[in-house]
Write a new protein. Sequence first.
Length: 553
Amino acid sequence: MALPSDAIKLKIERAPNRSMLYAVGFTAEDFKKPWVGVASCWSEGTPCNFNNHDLAGWVKEGIARSGGLGKEFNTISVTDGIAMGTEGMKASLVSREIIADSMELYCIGHSYDGLVAIGGCDKTNPGGMMALARLNLPGIFLYGGSIMPGSFHGKDVTILDIFEAVGRNAVGEMSDEEVYALEQVACPGAGACGGMFTANTMSSISEAMGIGLPYSASIPAIDPARAEISRQTGDALVRLINDNLRPRDIMTRDAFLNAIAVVEALGGSTNAVLHLLAIAKECGVTLTMQDFDDVSSRTPHIGDMSPSGRYNMYDLHKVGGVPMVMRALLDAGLMNGDCMTVTGKTMRENLADVQWNPDQNVVRPLSNPLRAAGSMVILKGNIAPDGCVMKLGGLTVTSHRGPARVFDTEEKCMEAVMKRDIKAGDVVVIRYEGPKGGPGMREMLSVTSALSGQHLGDKVALITDGRFSGATRGFMIAHVAPEAAVGGNIAFINEGDIIEINADTRKIHVDVSDEELARRRQGWVAPPPNYTWGALWKYTRLVGSASEGAVCG
């Protein structure tokens, strides 16, 4: 079978190319092997990807023992927990596109025959999967693993606890000294944020779509088992090259629907909507926001996972991992077992020997779910004609009506929250934070956690054309489309307007007539972009709607 690397390996006129490769350790035998790019998002600046370089080494060992040649290269990562609440958060979603672009360009430029994409923090995971889909070379996604829980006053804690501590501090329930003590222990080592936040949601998706090996989503970053699952990933990649099995053979529409079902069952991050839409576009698969609502309506929420529940990814791993959840959904007819996976077997074959663990409380049986339907819904109305996303996990109320409190930036809203100017019953509106307006759809975890810390998480609603962290909980609605910066109706909500949200009827509405909204639109001029040069400026010019994944191009 002809391989992309043959363009360098076989022709006499490529002798200069080969000479460059001898300089970095290639041997004559290496020109007879398939070449695999091992893309690592390793950096010293973030715990989420801090172990990626180690994983890449183990992947290369697996590739070598199966007859291939693996070569590591790096791309960037922007970690949300570090950038959160700052101007730097605008770089986060933009990094997803740069990660995908850089993996694509490196593999094309060096004629690689396959790709292992190693991720960790939030955007490295979808960025890697987008690259796999775009290149359509034999490829696998490998997650770096979740961080272990920290310990504070004898209790397990995660990064969410320290974000919410800021709100508790504002209402006098936690001293400055306690906050400082908590911040030093909440993140004890390498790995991505520990709850069913965005990183662990996307790693679960990699298993559910069959583009990652079984159990690769839940093994903790520091677990010795990470080494062998990495070597197995290398082995599997060489088999994929030999069998000519490619990502688009695996990431079909049915595979995406399987992924949505797992997200709904586990109470995953709303960012899954944005990222799955983007990955589907790279695959050429038709996927819409309505698909998420359709799958949600038939998929029970069974994972008692943080932020809405009690348990973290390590807890899920100990009781059976993502395969146990998938087997329950498959047996109930809620997943398609015929989808192909990177093991070379179907999903049904992968799950054949998986057993339900009755001696655990992390995942409920389908007969006794947390919610009869899924953990998020898609709302539409005059605020969001193209849709928006609401997470229901942990909520006891599904409707809210109240006066709008309008802020044109996250910072202005956070200032009001810290001054305790937001009251029970309010509907907080944060706008001009969308894909173009931000740019980059900043996550609002600082705001939402501060509200939760002030015990307002389920007493106020928050609406934004930006995003929420997977760690967000409360009555929160994100990805409002069209966004304010392109003239979406969220731009024309005034302070005090009455807003009604109803998850049961899937409606989000401001009590303003169409005629009044049209009057307010008259004379409106889009604000100037926040950046006029560089990567964020280019992104502003290219990025599309959140309702279509906020992709560029």
